[in-house]
Design a protein around this ligand. Structure first.
Ligand code: PEP
Ligand code: MN
Length: 339
């Protein structure tokens, strides 16, 4: 933050500002510009941004330095964060594909889908035991029984599994089965849940709120990081738009924007953006071309029978083709995936 003092500010007034910034642990630089004293202070916290600096005596104006103090920002850590999950790497030039059904419906459905997507080359399996449904009468997920199936899937395929957590009271339960816990779009602003996943050791996939700005999304990641968990993957999944041709509007620009602003890996979920399977592949390819570190794809062996999100689920055969096309795009854009 930069505090520009009035030309006639007294040295006591400047000293008062400096003292308050020092109390917040800020690193302080004092310069003068056209007869004015300019005090700039940087802190690792945003406490300084919240104090009523503009109303203190002698202050002419306050220029917030754009949230460079956040731990998830590039300013704080210039190098890309790479999140390792078992043998899988997210970020740092690799392309990570997560695939599976929206919801765990049965052992047979989950295991069958997992085998198919693993054979096609997925690096990680998705499948939720707790589903956030608009209607309280819709299928809510199998709960703990679903998580047990997910653990069997990991055992069988050797791949890490990802599952959503909806409730702070279930964080330990979900984290004890899943290798990555996911925060869904409806919970991006649930700070109690963000803090709770920040206090456990598993990596966190943080989806963008469907009506959230990029700044709000990055702030949500900061809640997790502040509790000590730095293994965060941002997931763009579309925002609500006015066009009903798609379930949401995929914000491809979010990919390069968050990569500029933060050091975190960024993935894209084109399935929940599109809401329809016929354009999922195109969106996934666009995401990778835009620099996404990976994609998360809904796949179901019998989409017409799916209990949740059938219309957007790809068939295993379609997913196989997509895997080949993704690899082709990635090999052109990132000829050295070790980089
Ligand atoms: C999901 O991935 O199944 C899901 C509920 O996603 P979102 O939170 O993005 O709607
Ligand atoms: Mn879903």
């Amino acid at each position: 933050m930069i505090i520009v003092m009035h030309p006639e500010a007294t040295s006591e007034e400047v000293a008062q500002i400096v003292e308050r910034l020092q109390d917040l642990g800020a690193d302080i630089h004092i310069t003068s510009d056209g007869g004015r004293t300019v005090v700039s202070g940087t802190t690792e916290t945003r406490l300084a941004d919240e104090a009523p600096w503009a109303s203190l005596p002698g202050v002419e104006r306050v220029v917030p330095v754009l949230r460079g103090g956040r731990r998830v920002s590039r300013h704080f850590k210039p190098d890309d964060t790479v999140v390792d999950v078992m043998d899988v790497t997210i970020g740092g030039g690799s392309l990570t594909v997560v695939a599976g059904p929206c919801a765990i419906e049965s052992r047979e459905q989950m295991m069958g889908t997992a085998r198919l997507v693993a054979a096609a080359g997925a690096a990680m399996i998705r499948g939720d035991a707790f589903k956030p449904r608009t209607s309280p009468y819709a299928f809510q997920g199998l709960g703990k029984a679903g998580l047990e199936i997910l653990a069997e899937v990991r055992e069988e395929t050797g791949l890490p599994v990802v599952a959503e957590v909806l409730d702070p009271r279930d964080v330990d339960l979900v984290a004890s089965y899943a290798d990555v816990v996911r925060i869904g779009t409806r919970n991006m602003s649930n700070q109690a849940l963000l803090r709770e996943v920040g206090r456990q050791p598993k990596p966190v996939m943080l989806k963008r709120g469907r009506a959230s700005t990029i700044e709000e999304w990055i702030d949500a990641a900061e809640y997790i990081h502040n509790e000590g968990n730095a293994r965060i993957v941002l997931v763009e999944r579309g925002i609500r738009g006015f066009d009903s041709s798609t379930r949401n509007t995929l914000d491809v620009s979010a990919v390069p924007l968050v990569k500029l602003a933060t050091h975190l890996p960024v993935m894209v979920d084109p399935s929940h953006a599109a809401g329809r399977r016929d354009i999922v592949a195109s969106l996934a390819l666009a995401a990778v071309a835009a620099g996404a570190d990976g994609v998360m794809i809904d796949v179901h062996p019998r989409p017409s029978e799916a209990m949740v999100d059938g219309p957007q689920a790809m068939l295993p055969k379609e997913f196989e083709t997509l895997m080949r096309d993704l690899q082709a795009v990635a090999s052109v854009l990132r000829p050295d995936p070790s980089g």
